[in-house]
Design a protein around this ligand. Sequence first.
Ligand code: GYE
Length: 306
Amino acid sequence: TASGTGSAGAAKAPGDIVVGFAQVGAESGWRTANTKDIQDAFAASGMQLKFSDAQQKQENQIKAIRSYITQGVDVIAFSPVVETGWDAVLKEAKDAGIPVVLTDRAVDSKDDSLYVSFLGSDFIKEGQKAGQWVVDEYKNQTDPVKIIQLEGTTGAAPAIDRAEGFADVIKADPKFQIVASQTGDFTRAGGKQVTEALLKSNPDATLIFAHNDDMGLGAIEAVEAAGKVPGKDIKIVTIDAVKDGMKALSDGKINFIVECSPLLGKQLVDIVKKVVAGESVEKRILTEETTFTQEQATAALPTRQY
Ligand code: GYE
């Protein structure tokens, strides 16, 4: 039970509730779907949403949060671009009596009274699921499996946790070797550029683990430019399951995708309503997710929302 900072007492009409949302950026298909879902859910709720895009820069997000504090919004929600460095600004929000809800990404802070709730995925589990697919896929191979890892934004919860979960599972067999690991910043351009360079220095790599679909899609271009066949010569495992990723999976260019749902809007609206009404909310709310093989992607594509 984490609430209590909400303005309890006379119920506020939805139209009088103002929420400030500080988004990470527009770096990926996942992020675009997440932004749209949040904006749609708030529009449907009748509440007022102030929205800012930090272009993947923490300083911009801190500025946005400070401006929401100055404007005296009822609730601040944000998806922290990186895990650390939030204590000061979150303390300012707390001192101003404005509850903060974390969506999608976690903060690394000793003081968990700085936010009322954290809604999002279990990124460690996602990395483990990707690792488990790799272990199963190569169960009959004894030769080393040389892996290139495309990391998400340095210092971001999903980059840290997905790497950790993946490493946890593959370490059971020393034949799995991560021969290179570098950030592609969760973007398609970043994934392409890093893969180009890493394929040159590691021509014997046969597997790419990308922390999101967009970097995997960039990697496909680099693999093809190197004269190799993505999905065959170089297998690719990614996380997200946005439409472009699912298409590439169905086309055989990606081999496996772990789902991470960007559809957090409705749940965020519910949390905000409760917080404003002074009701208690769960400190940690997990989203439900699955995984997709190539066949499953083909079956799911026609009805995929994002
Ligand atoms: O996987 C990636 C996006 O934080 C879960 O951020 C999110 C990640 C997502 O850029 O595509």
